[in-house]
Design a binder for this molecule. Structure first.
Ligand SMILES: Cc1cc2nc3c(=O)[nH]c(=O)nc-3n(C[C@H](O)[C@H](O)[C@H](O)COP(=O)(O)O)c2cc1C
Length: 324
């Protein structure tokens, strides 16, 4: 399949694996890229820029296909050393960066000067237009369904994607709620040039996370996510568990007075315990509503091949058949 996204990134299939904290290691990125999609290493999971440089080198040993690095600009006062991470990306010869969180404008000149293509992840049409205006090459439009941070507008992809298509000139991928060929074909119909998946890629053979995490996603239904941290305007969609219930009780009792310190136990530093040790109740962790559509743990190649062949069948048989 050829779209503006496959052309832009030089990939075979219009399927991207979004950056994921403590999931987006070289093993997963390489597996997705080897399967013809675009794998992405998550920069901030690496404690230092030197660690990121090693992770990029490790990924390059596992694939000769294009892969990217995610740079998440967090809403924090103690910012990570982004310029050093960017140096590791440039020196590692990575040609694709997925930015997310805050506006990436101040870092764009260095990335662009190094010939890097930038895809910015946004949760609204206005942020997508801003990304286009500041020179991003593409955007990843993340609907309300998504795992992780859906923003504060709560617009689902059935509306957000065609709205983005109405306004944007640069290519965009649909993100949030994407699981299979139906998602891909629907996204293309709504105006996107491909899909970005997070939660679906966690439940794959190569995702370097504990089996408990994969099993929790397969076991979950579309009813099992919750939104946390809304009073802090840092809304996150997570899989429900006792830590999430505890956090939501604190939000209900403290109301608008709640501070980050009040929920630190449920939120801070919990990812290694969950993703590596498999203690899935150790804190809150991102997961999309799409868990309801995830019923197996295939290899990345099986998953991507299945999406592409089923998409062809939907387009050639089901849809074309309807035209009579
Ligand atoms: C466990 C997990 C961790 C994530 N961590 C990040 C992150 O560090 N940076 C980022 O930009 N997006 C992060 N995301 C969001 C994904 O890249 C992607 O946009 C999102 O999962 C898409 O929605 P889906 O889960 O419905 O596919 C994370 C998602 C999950 C499920």
């Amino acid at each position: 399949m050829k779209t503006r996204i496959t052309e832009l990134f030089g990939i075979q299939h219009p399927i991207i694996q979004g950056g994921m904290h403590y999931v987006g290691f070289a093993e997963l990125a390489a597996a997705v890229s080897n399967a013809g999609g675009l794998g992405i290493i998550t920069a901030l999971t690496q404690k230092t820029a030197a660690d990121l440089a090693k992770e990029i080198a490790r990924c390059r040993e596992m694939t000769d296909k294009p892969f990217g690095v995610n740079l998440t600009f967090l809403p924090t006062v103690h910012a990570p050393d982004y310029p050093a991470y960017i140096s590791a990306i440039i020196e590692g010869g990575v040609k694709i960066v997925e930015t997310a969180g805050r506006n990436p404008q101040e870092h764009l000149p260095r990335l662009k000067a190094a010939g890097i293509k930038v895809i910015h992840k946004c949760t609204s049409v206005r942020h997508s237009l801003k990304a286009e205006a500041i020179g991003c090459d593409a955007v990843s439009v993340d609907g309300f369904e998504c795992g992780g941070h859906p923003g504060e507008d709560d617009i689902p992809n059935m509306i957000l994607l065609p709205r983005a298509a109405e306004e944007l000139k640069i290519p965009f991928v649909a993100s949030g709620g994407m699981a299979d060929a139906r998602s891909l074909v629907a996204s293309l119909a709504l105006g996107a040039d491909g899909i970005n998946m997070g939660t679906r890629f966690i439940a794959t053979q190569e995702a370097p996370v504990h089996e408990n995490v994969k099993r929790a996603i397969v076991a979950a239904s579309e009813l099992d996510t919750r939104l946390v941290m809304r009073p802090l305007r840092n809304t996150e969609r997570v899989l429900v568990n006792p830590a999430v219930e505890r956090l939501l009780e604190k939000e209900a009792s403290l109301g608008q007075n709640i501070k980050f310190e009040d929920i630190i136990e449920e939120v801070a530093g919990v990812y290694p315990k969950i993703m590596k040790e498999g203690k899935t109740d150790a804190g809150v962790w991102s997961c999309g509503m799409v868990a309801g559509l995830i019923h197996d743990i295939p290899s990345c190649k099986e998953l991507i091949d299945r999406i592409m062949s089923d998409a062809e069948a939907i387009i050639r048989q089901r849809l074309t058949g309807m035209l009579g």
